[in-house]
Design a protein around this ligand. Structure first.
Ligand SMILES: Cc1cc2nc3c(=O)[nH]c(=O)nc-3n(C[C@H](O)[C@H](O)[C@H](O)COP(=O)(O)OP(=O)(O)OC[C@H]3O[C@@H](n4cnc5c(N)ncnc54)[C@H](O)[C@@H]3O)c2cc1C
Length: 311
């Protein structure tokens, strides 16, 4: 056991830290190598202390939520992978619900519907956690989750807490300021209103049914690998729908594979992985699709998934 592991154990307990910890099972793709250290703080104070220790030890920190939007390199991730296990939900005031970073979006949707609080029912079926949804501004049916966020509790890389209004979060399509600042989401306050549970359940069920119809949910994936084209930057040839999936499909790549990775025949913006898949297979296929779309349509597809580790 290294000295650092001992220091981490003093903060998060022996169960909360592992050296050379496999990450594949913590991601929906199910691929990728180990973290030098995997640290799972269960309180805000522990998360703060872990970040301070990483900063003073000059170790890189990578945050992992539900692992549903990441591709972890086969060689793994150097330094600390911090997986906040903060799972509290509360109502700090009327019209607002505070969900901690490790709460799953599905758990939050269920919690809200159970209390007759409307807001996030459209997001039913979105894998992952509040932390990941804030980082990438999770979207569904043309709506961004940021529309429902009032403010966010963020820790700096040195473990200092800031309460940031949504307007200062740098939210955009698939993005937030966290891509630049490397701050860690501790909690998010969601705006809610009184709602009729049966009506909310109907919206949630419709979202789930739509996903079931249009996405390969029975196979490991990380959802859409590419962002949809941006109307202010990209030009799409006439007759092709304004979506990355349509471009990959028209480029003839549905069903293409590389090792254990295949471009889904159900949804061309999903790559599905079998048990033999390596992260490099998935990455190769992503680049093959990007190249084909660039060559055939002159459109540069941008990544929606996040690469963790060295690439
Ligand atoms: C079947 C399927 C369907 C999907 N459908 C959708 C969809 O409809 N809409 C959509 O937007 N996405 C969708 N996704 C992608 C994914 O569910 C979302 O991007 C989700 O918000 C990621 O959350 P996560 O907790 O899994 O984040 P992770 O994958 O663990 O991490 C993603 C990024 O967020 C960062 N991060 C995670 N937690 C924190 C934190 N606490 N603080 C700071 N940074 C953090 C990570 O460092 C990483 O950069 C889908 C994925 C799958 C597998």
């Amino acid at each position: 056991m290294t000295a650092l592991t001992g220091q981490l154990q003093a903060i998060v307990g022996p169960e909360g830290v592992r050296e050379h910890a496999p990450l594949a099972t913590l991601t929906t793709f199910g691929v990728g190598g180990p973290a030098d250290w995997l640290v799972e703080p269960r309180s805000v104070a522990a998360l703060e202390a872990v970040l301070r220790l990483a900063a003073s030890s000059e170790l890189p920190v990578t945050v992992l939520g539900g692992g549903s939007n990441v591709l972890v390199a086969d060689t793994g991730v150097r330094g600390m992978v911090v997986r906040p296990r903060l799972t509290g939900i509360s109502e700090p005031m009327s019209g607002r619900v505070r969900a901690e970073a490790g709460v799953t979006i599905n758990g939050l949707v269920r919690w809200l519907i159970g209390r007759g609080l409307a807001g996030l029912e459209l997001w039913a079926g979105t894998p992952g956690t509040v932390g990941g949804a804030i980082h990438g501004n999770a979207h569904y049916a043309g709506r961004n989750i940021s529309e429902h966020i009032v403010e966010v509790g963020l820790l700096s890389s040195r473990g200092v807490l800031a309460i940031v209004p949504a307007a200062e979060m740098g939210f955009g399509y698939d993005t937030s300021r966290l891509f630049d600042t490397s701050e860690v989401v501790v909690w998010a306050d969601v705006r809610v209103a009184g709602g009729e549970p049966d009506a909310m359940r109907a919206v949630a069920r419709a979202s789930l049914a739509h996903r079931k119809r249009t996405q390969p949910l029975h196979l490991p994936s990380a959802g859409c690998v590419f962002q949809n084209p941006d109307p202010t930057r990209d030009r799409i040839p006439m007759g092709i729908p304004w979506s990355a999936g349509a471009l990959v499909d028209r480029a003839g790549l549905k069903g293409a594979s590389s090792g254990g990775a295949t471009i889904s025949t159900t949804h061309a913006n999903f790559i599905v992985a079998d048990k033999t898949a390596m992260a490099t297979d998935i990455r190769r296929l992503i680049e093959q699709a990007r190249d084909a779309v660039r060559r055939q349509f002159g459109v540069e597809l941008r990544d929606e998934i996040v690469y963790l580790g060295e690439w």
